[in-house]
Design a protein around this ligand. Structure first.
Ligand code: SF4
Length: 654
């Protein structure tokens, strides 16, 4: 194995000949460089795509900060090399290495992969291979690092079960510390790798796939998951932090242009809107908020440490944050004259605050983004985004009249029961919004429509529905391309084959691991990149494995079908999801659950955490009685909501 010094020498020879060598050097402002020998545990944090994308990942930035605060551990970073660099590395025998110390990844104790979306899976396999570590978890022993993975895609970990030793389900801030503690104890004990894996399985929020076996019916549908070790938890309940820890502010400042050259400040976590297609909305419950003071101080600290001039307030619908107006005003006042720009990724349409728009006017650049997701009121009722067309047009008028010229509108095609009339309505609505702009600001008005395709994601009320076929998607896109063109209109869309890959991987069972492996052997990688993605490789991989891709995507599931991801519990009960799905078929909607709790399952599972954090920290109702110990959460069967005393007082929404 090459030493860091040998790796550096080899790098010096190849970096002048690859694109953007700044991706591979490290040494940026705020990088943490500890003495390798001064700590007992070495963690490599890997984003399995190129540096330009991975550097904007907030989850890894948080973990990097937290691990490096420990005196007994260090965290370093690694990203996938672009194809030219990978070829040069393989030719020179350079393994995947960390940017900080240039150690080979195989030298680390723990390697943590961030998997926010499924199209990173083949890159993950490629990274393991480039690190010279056995790809299959079953082939690794005590001499190899522990491979863990987390992120939103890990809520259905089964397609990756054969490659990863342990998955973190849910939020990582606390669990990463416990994983390091368990690892250190195991290392001292000098026992076999199985002992480590069993100890990790006892940590709330950790799923160790090798401790379970999956069974299927003769027709190929999933039957059940069985424990291979009696103490393995079933289900594995997601991890949450009861109170959001102070935001990370010590961001590394890249030398090269990355996709987001700005500071991400997470002001809240979770969403209560209940959009039925939304994976994040279901898996990140409950809503927890930071205080205005905490957020404003974090912004100040991050600006001082990094020099960035743009702040992005996260998550996607940060305008739902209870004190958003207060925060934006506080930031405008505190940083007036410093050319600071504040962006909110997307703004809510209904009860749209004109005051918020005015407050953002001085700080925000670029266009306004609104996400109606569907263009007819019928369709918006089905997906539970019950905003009226009149409200949307009124909001558009208000935006144009305040001097903005561009509105970005996000839609999805492929929603359940969608007709071509619903798709045509997308073009009509965009034109109606543009007409409002023309009336207000003339020919400067612009509407950019981004139309993606719906994928029925696990753990959502739409997990039962089929995905559109390539032919159906193409027909809808052709209609839109014809209807949506002309001055002031711009349309962007996804390749239908990309959508199918996302659907196969997000809805896959354990057998999908074979397909994934075959696809990687066939040359699949960088599947999230249009010009790199090879659909034919995936079809061949399915064929080699004797599996039908349509089984995963185009089959409507009976209501009682067991899903291969059900042993992973988001704490939102299947009973709630089923009811919500059946409601959607009748066009019935739910209000934001901050107005009325629908007992989705979060409170029975996390009652004790809620009791310990009263008041507005959470946006769920307070829990009055019956204490459930936190230790009992891991592996606990979810209790019915009526066993808990819930205070049904409404929470005031401004
Ligand atoms: S417990 Fe109630 S308020 Fe909390 S997320 Fe679930 S439905 Fe919403």
């Amino acid at each position: 194995m090459l030493t860091p010094e040998q790796i550096q020498i080899q790098l010096n020879g190849i970096l002048p000949y690859v694109q953007k060598p700044g991706r591979y050097t490290g040494g940026e402002l705020n990088q943490v460089m500890k003495d390798w020998r001064s700590v007992s545990t070495h963690v490599a944090l890997v984003f399995p795509d190129i540096y330009d994308i991975g550097m904007s990942n907030l989850g890894l930035a948080i973990l990097y900060d937290l691990i490096n605060l420990r005196s007994d551990a260090l965290a370093e970073r690694a990203y996938s090399p672009w194809s030219d660099m990978e070829a040069a590395m393989r030719q020179s025998g350079i393994p995947l290495y960390s940017l900080e110390s240039k150690h080979s990844l195989a030298d680390f104790d723990i390697i943590g992969f961030s998997l926010p979306y499924e199209t990173l899976y083949t890159n993950t396999l490629n990274a393991i291979h480039l690190a010279d570590i056995p790809i299959l978890a079953a082939d690794r022993d005590e001499s190899h690092p522990l491979l863990i993975a987390g992120g939103h895609a890990a809520f259905n970990p089964e397609p990756m079960h054969a490659f990863i030793d342990a998955f973190v389900i849910g939020e990582g801030e606390e669990v990463i510390q416990e994983i390091i503690d368990v690892y250190q104890e195991w290392k001292k004990s000098d026992t076999r790798r199985e002992v480590l894996l069993q100890a990790l399985a006892q940590v709330w929020g950790v799923y160790v796939p090798s401790l379970y076996r999956a069974e299927y019916y003769a027709d190929g549908t999933f039957a059940r998951i069985e424990k291979l070790w009696q103490d393995a938890p079933l289900p594995v309940v997601k991890r949450i932090v009861a109170k959001l820890p102070p935001p990370t502010t010590n961001f590394i400042v890249p030398y090269i242009e990355t996709i987001h050259n700005r500071i991400p400040i997470e002001i809240m976590r979770g969403c209560t809107r209940g959009c039925r297609f939304c994976h994040a909305g279901m898996i990140t419950r409950p809503v927890r908020e930071r205080t205005v003071d905490e957020a404003a101080q974090a912004i100040e600290s991050a600006i001082e440490k990094t020099g960035f001039e743009e702040i992005s307030l996260l998550p996607l619908l940060s305008s739902d944050y209870t004190h958003i107006l207060e925060l934006v005003n506080a930031v405008s006042q505190r940083f007036s004259g410093r050319h600071l720009s504040v962006s909110l990724p997307s703004l809510r349409i209904e009860s749209f605050s004109v005051d918020l728009m005015d407050a953002l006017k001085d700080t925000r650049r670029g266009g306004f983004t609104l996400a109606p997701e569907a263009a007819t009121e019928r369709m918006r009722q089905i997906i539970n985004k019950p905003v009226s067309t009149a409200q949307l047009l009124e909001t558009a008028r208000a935006i144009y009249s305040r001097g903005w010229s561009t509105i970005k509108l996000y839609f999805m095609i492929g929603h359940p029961s969608e007709t071509l009339e619903d798709v045509q309505a997308i073009a009509d609505l965009c034109k109606a919004v543009l007409a409002e702009g023309r009336k207000t600001i003339g020919r400067r008005a612009q509407v950019n429509a981004g139309v993606s395709t719906f994928v029925p994601k696990p753990h959502t009320p739409f997990q039962w529905v089929p995905c559109d076929t390539v032919e159906q998607i193409l027909a809808k896109q052709t209609l839109l391309k014809k209807a949506l063109h002309g001055q002031g209109l711009k349309l962007t869309w996804n390749n239908p084959e990309d959508t199918l890959l996302e659907a196969w991987l997000s809805r896959g069972d354990r057998r999908m691991a074979d397909v994934l492996y075959q696809a990687w052997l066939g040359g699949a990688k960088f599947d999230a990149w249009k010009e790199q993605f090879r659909y034919d490789i995936w079809l061949e991989a399915f064929q080699k494995c004797g599996l039908n891709p349509e089984f995963y995507t185009h089959r409507e599931r009976p209501i009682d079908e067991v899903f291969p991801w059900e042993h992973i519990s988001t704490s939102v009960r299947k009973k709630f999801l089923t009811e919500d799905y059946l409601w959607s078929l009748q066009g019935k909607t739910r209000v934001d659950c901050r107005e009325r709790c629908f007992a989705c399952g979060i409170l029975p599972t996390f009652a004790d955490l809620r009791r310990q954090n009263p008041g507005e920290v959470w946006q769920c109702p307070e829990v009055k009685s019956k204490k459930i110990p936190v230790e009992a959460i891991q592996g606990a069967r979810l209790e019915e909501e009526n066993s808990i005393g819930i205070n049904h007082q409404l929470i005031t929404i401004p």
